[in-house]
Design a protein around this ligand. Structure first.
Ligand code: FEO
Length: 392
């Protein structure tokens, strides 16, 4: 890779991970990702903003050399997760006088993770201004984007905001700058859904803070940088708002076709009532796509056969995903089937109990659905249509 200039003294020195397909052994990366690290040059000295994933260490140090700095004096560490902090120890070994500029929480996490010493750090407070060369760095604490230690850094003269994970996207691209296209919007929404959504109740406050400062460039640590900050700020405002869309999502499994009959019948009934609906077959679906749908769908219907008295394990997984991602859906329901007995409803409700949703009537069918079962599904579609009437 090579370095990219953002301004005369600010360089992108990160790495693009074109082939990475899984993050945290959990999150699919269909489009790879990037680890954006930045170097601010003052004469022959450098200040780093975050590092890169340890797998890209060699490329990272080559990039530092390319900027021709003689030493690295500081690293601002916004976040202790390894894809940004993983090369800090190597930087300190190469430049022993370098100090890690971060807050107390991040310092403690880094000491635990990287076995650093107290003397390696320069501890900062919220709102503090740090000077390096002719540049000022203002720190804006923003806990839970997406760990408790996270913060942002603003350069008032350059009007650049470095946001680490916040406002980023998992997208490998040779384009340094976002071009406001659907591809980046989609990647940023997937990223928000999978990583940021559980903390959305905090974001209005952070977005409000950012509204009060002039920003010309937003530089996250994953994906392209934004020269038109409104593109991503407005997207976030929309995603974190309480506004839901006229959409029903149906994560489902069917073992012998009975539950699938119910799902497809309900879908037809909803479509006939002008309601958007998307089924997610949980064996084949990309869980990231399901997460994206959870950002604004008004209604979630979980559909499952009964397996050994409970829901199918894949449906348990989907319900658990809803529980931890905390979507803003207003309504949730359960449909499904059983052969001789089931406590599926009880098990799924247990998983959903922390969601602030109004529960719809559960419809359970013994074996194969009959006419009266389809009539109940039509009634369910009527209830959903009534609930969604203001969303069309
Ligand atoms: Fe990109 Fe939370 O690390």
């Amino acid at each position: 890779m090579t370095v990219r200039k953002i301004t005369d003294e600010i360089y992108w020195i990160g790495s693009i991970d074109w082939d990475r397909r899984l993050f945290d052994e959990l999150i699919a990366l269909p489009d790879g990702t990037s680890y954006n690290s930045f170097l601010i040059k003052s004469k022959n000295e450098g200040l780093l903003i975050d590092t890169v994933d340890p797998a890209k260490k060699e490329e990272f140090f080559q990039n530092i050399e390319e900027t021709k700095v003689e030493k690295i004096s500081y690293i601002i560490a916004h976040h202790a997760e390894q894809d940004h902090a993983g090369c800090i120890k190597d930087v300190l070994q190469k430049y022993p006088e370098c100090r890690v500029v971060t807050n107390k929480k991040c310092k403690n996490l880094l000491i635990d993770e990287l076995h650093l010493e107290e003397q390696n750090f320069f501890e900062i407070e919220d709102g503090q201004i740090f000077q390096f060369g002719n540049k000022r760095f203002q720190f804006i604490f923003a806990p839970w984007v997406h760990w408790p230690e996270t913060f942002l850094t603003y350069l008032p003269e350059e009007r650049i905001l470095f946001t680490c994970d916040f406002l980023g996207s998992h997208l490998a691209t040779s384009r340094l700058w976002s071009e406001d296209n659907a591809n980046i919007y989609h990647a940023a929404k997937r990223y928000y859904a999978e990583i940021m959504m559980p903390f959305r109740h905090l974001f209005n406050g952070y977005l409000g803070k950012l509204q009060n400062i002039p920003i010309e460039i937003i530089a996250p640590s994953h994906g392209p940088l934004y020269k038109k900050p409104d593109f991503i700020l407005n997207a976030y405002k929309d995603w974190v708002s309480d506004k839901v869309s006229n959409e029903v999502i149906i994560p489902y499994i069917s073992m012998h076709g009975s539950t699938e009959k119910m799902v497809y019948y309900l879908m037809d009934q909803l479509i006939n009532r002008d309601i958007n609906v998307t089924p997610y077959h949980l064996i084949y679906t990309d869980i990231g796509k399901l997460a994206i749908s959870l950002v604004d769908a008004a209604t979630i219907i979980l559909a499952s056969p009964t397996v050994l008295t409970g829901p199918h394990p894949q449906v348990v997984y989907a319900a658990y995903l809803c529980k931890i991602l905390k979507p803003k859906a207003k309504y949730a329901g359960i449909i499904g089937s059983f052969g001789w007995g089931s406590k599926m409803e009880e098990d799924i409700l247990q998983l959903l109990k922390n969601l602030k949703v109004e529960l719809l009537p559960t419809i359970m069918v013994k074996s194969n659905p009959r006419e009266e079962d389809f009539a109940k599904l039509s009634q369910l579609a009527d209830i959903i249509a009534k609930n969604h009437s203001s969303l069309k």
